[in-house]
Write a protein that binds this ligand. Structure first.
Ligand code: FES
Ligand SMILES: [Fe+2]
Length: 370
């Protein structure tokens, strides 16, 4: 499907802008359902999409589900030790096979009770004997590409995935010392926000609003003035933000970290669907599953370095995170309304350290969509 000219023209314009001359995108990019379908087809259906953490499939039998650009996906960990991303649609008459998460070595469709193993092999199809053109041995749920990176699971439902680790080489160098793959998820939540997925990603990825919007929450910890832009890569972009000196000196973290890294929070997006805020002691992440132009499902988690975290310390981190997110959500609902208004027009972006990531994201969109 060709890109409508009114969208293509704006994206071509992005290519000619610089950090000093960048403008926000027109509202139609955030409210138009046809444009949303194009993004789904060219970004989420073709590229690597983060769907969760490796820990969610820690043991054989563990499973969970997700949705990538309208494709229901079942993530499993087989008896053979392999993690798989399978189509979550019954091969009989198309029922969604699994809706929950948990542990099982058999997945049975509720409709006529066809059952499958964790490798997607059809095991039983009751009363289906006698058809010459059908044997259950030959039936298997389609399988998608799966990779892990830093403890995150990425799936590509497209036919021609890029080399994820190569694409993320620069991002890996940047955040390797924090060892996210060793961190443990101590908080998880699933939410649905009535905003465009790009608004959520842009918001998580810019430091300009940290002090003004999060005056009583994040500003005390990571103020706007300490934000520094990071050179973007093929599919990642981000910024770092220092901690205010008022915070306690001793911070825990991996022994690979330098003192400067210990004192710096790295905010990284792996487009299109993952955003991570990385501190030496704990991280937050968002996995985005867009539902429509004005709605996005968000898988949220907080990861902690090392063991023996007192419950009240974790609760404090969760509470700061949730208070901050509530402030973001409230303002993004207002943004979404403004973007939908007929009089909305693009506005100028703040300097590179504060909103350069937004421009990086637009350039990623332009590279991927034009
Ligand atoms: S649709 Fe699944 S068994 Fe019939
Ligand atoms: Fe925020």
């Amino acid at each position: 499907m060709p890109i409508p000219e009114q969208f293509a023209e704006v994206l071509r314009g992005v290519e000619n802008q610089t950090y000093q001359t960048a403008w926000s995108l027109p509202g139609r990019f955030y409210v138009d359902e046809e444009w949303f379908n194009i993004e789904n087809q060219r970004l989420f259906s073709q590229q690597w999409v983060c769907v969760g953490r490796v820990e969610e499939l820690e043991n054989p039998g563990d499973f969970f589900t997700c949705d990538i650009a309208g494709q229901p996906v079942l993530l499993t960990h087989g008896k053979d030790g392999k993690r798989r991303a399978l189509s979550n649609i019954c091969l009989h008459r198309g029922t969604i096979l699994v809706e929950e998460s948990g542990s099982s070595d058999r997945f049975t469709c509720p409709y006529h009770r066809w059952s499958y193993d964790a490798a997607g092999q059809l095991l039983t199809a009751p009363r289906m004997t006698g058809r010459k053109d059908f044997t259950s041995e030959e039936c298997r749920l389609p399988e998608y590409f799966i990779e892990d990176w830093m403890g995150f699971i990425f799936v590509c439902i497209g036919s021609n995935p890029q080399d994820l680790n190569k694409q993320l080489q620069k991002a890996t160098e940047l955040i390797q010392p924090y060892h996210l793959e060793e961190m443990k998820t101590l908080y998880r939540a699933d939410e649905c926000w009535e905003v465009n997925w790009k608004c959520l990603l842009e918001n998580f990825m810019e430091g300009y609003h940290l002090s003004p919007l999060h005056r009583t929450t994040l500003h005390k910890v990571n103020p706007t003035r300490l934000c520094k832009h990071i050179e973007p890569g093929d599919i990642h972009f981000g910024y770092t933000v220092g901690f205010t000196s008022r915070l306690p000196e001793e911070r825990v973290g991996h022994s690979d970290l330098t003192e400067e890294q210990m004192d710096t929070c790295v905010m990284v997006a792996i487009a299109p669907g993952l955003a991570v805020g990385i501190g030496s002691d704990y991280c937050s992440f968002l996995c985005l599953q867009p539902v429509s132009a004005g709605r996005v499902k968000v898988k949220i988690g907080l990861l902690f370095h090392g063991d023996n975290w007192p419950e009240e310390v974790v609760a404090e981190a969760v509470s700061l995170f949730n208070d901050t997110m509530a402030e973001d959500k409230a303002v993004l609902l207002r943004v979404q309304k403004g973007l939908a208004a007929p009089s909305h027009a693009s506005g100028p972006l703040a300097k590179k350290d504060f909103e350069g990531t937004i421009f990086d994201f637009f350039r990623y969109l332009s590279r991927s969509l034009l």
